[in-house]
Write a protein that binds this ligand. Structure first.
Ligand SMILES: Cc1ncc(COP(=O)(O)O)c(C=O)c1O
Length: 342
């Protein structure tokens, strides 16, 4: 039985078009000068996000880390919504390499986001020289561990305004900014307004085998390029993978199809009496009585889900059709009791 892999939107295979583009890519040495294909990708993404410049990096974690290193001095405190990827899922690099001291903000503004008042309060005021310095707000849209929750534009702007009033820089982890924009029917640039830097992924939902971009002002990206090299992320003929990234961007208009698959999965599970929330984007988090037991039973029945705390996470993606979601539901139905709250 072919497993239906719903663990993540990163399990996609590069498409035939991506592989063809990779084979034909025009390349150069991106450390010595600029690889022409990476340069085209960087310009296209900067344009999409309404920022001055972009820098290709191998992974989202490296993009976030470079941004944090740009903004933080050792011992600076930074704020981020609870369960943000930079807090709990990047192996402590925010502290280890960027020198930042994290402060998690509870989701009082809605799923995955604090209120502007929380930001103002947590930032505090500049005290005497011996007080802790808070210098950065790091947002995440969509918020992965809040189940792909979207921060709407008005709230994004209000959070940025609160940060700026407190003299904080703002970094946005926009690994799935594409999904937030699609859900709101807005261009991605509507959700990056006011930020100093943003990190976006091409390997989550869009199908590229690798690659993220960190974006911001031209001087910030010139410094980011140095940091990328320091971290071992300076690659030579990077256009080979950059070409796949350019093809991946062509998938943007089709993101609503993945949202529809996710909604159908949630509705199907609800039909079995399972307490699945209605997802806002492509991530469905279902709280279950015993996530380990439920995931193992599903795996044996040919449905792969990942475990996120007390929940199972399902992420339908471009390599799965609506028919695969229907088949997943057929396989899950006999096991529904393991996913029902007690
Ligand atoms: C919100 C968010 N930020 C950053 C990352 C890191 O991306 P990567 O796995 O490419 O390092 C992820 C990965 O899933 C993510 O979900």
């Amino acid at each position: 039985m072919r497993p239906i892999d719903l663990r993540s939107d990163t399990v996609t295979q590069p498409s035939k078009e991506m592989r063809a583009a990779m084979a034909a890519a025009e390349v150069g040495d991106d450390v010595l000068e600029r690889d022409p294909t990476l340069a085209r990708l960087e310009e296209r993404v900067a344009d999409l996000l309404g920022l001055e410049a972009a820098l290709w990096v191998p992974s989202g974690c490296m993009g976030n880390l470079i941004a944090l290193m740009l903004h933080l001095k050792r011992g600076d405190r930074f704020l981020a919504p609870a369960q943000a990827h930079v807090l709990g899922s990047e192996l402590g690099t925010a502290a280890w390499l960027a020198g930042g001291m994290p402060e998690a903000l509870a989701w009082e503004g809605g799923l995955g986001r604090p209120t502007p008042a929380q930001v103002t309060k947590a930032a505090g005021s500049q005290g005497p020289y011996y007080t802790l310095r808070t210098t950065l707000l790091c947002l995440e849209n969509t918020h992965n561990f809040a189940g792909g929750a979207v921060t709407p534009r008005a709230e994004h702007l209000a959070l940025v305004a609160a940060a700026k009033a407190a003299k904080l820089a703002v970094h946005l982890d926009g690994a799935r900014i594409w999904h937030a924009a699609a859900a709101l029917g807005l261009p991605p640039s509507a959700l990056t307004e006011g930020v100093d830097t943003v990190q976006v992924c091409l390997s989550k939902g869009l199908g590229a085998p690798m690659g993220s971009l960190v974006c911001g002002s031209k001087p910030a990206m010139a410094e980011a390029r140095r940091l990328r090299k320091m971290l071992g992320g300076g690659v030579r003929q990077g256009g080979v993978v950059g070409a796949a990234g350019l093809v991946a961007l062509d998938y943007l208009p089709r993101i609503p199809e993945d949202h529809a698959k996710t909604r159908r999965l949630a509705e199907g599970l609800r039909g079995f009496g399972i307490a699945a929330p209605l997802p806002e984007t492509n991530i469905l988090l279902v709280p279950v009585p015993d996530a380990g037991v439920a995931a193992a039973a599903l795996e044996a029945a040919g449905v792969r889900a990942s475990i996120v705390g007390p929940a199972l996470r399902f992420i339908p993606h471009r390599d799965l059709a609506m028919a695969d979601v229907e088949e997943a539901l057929r396989r899950i139905e006999p096991l529904a009791h393991l996913l029902r709250a007690i």
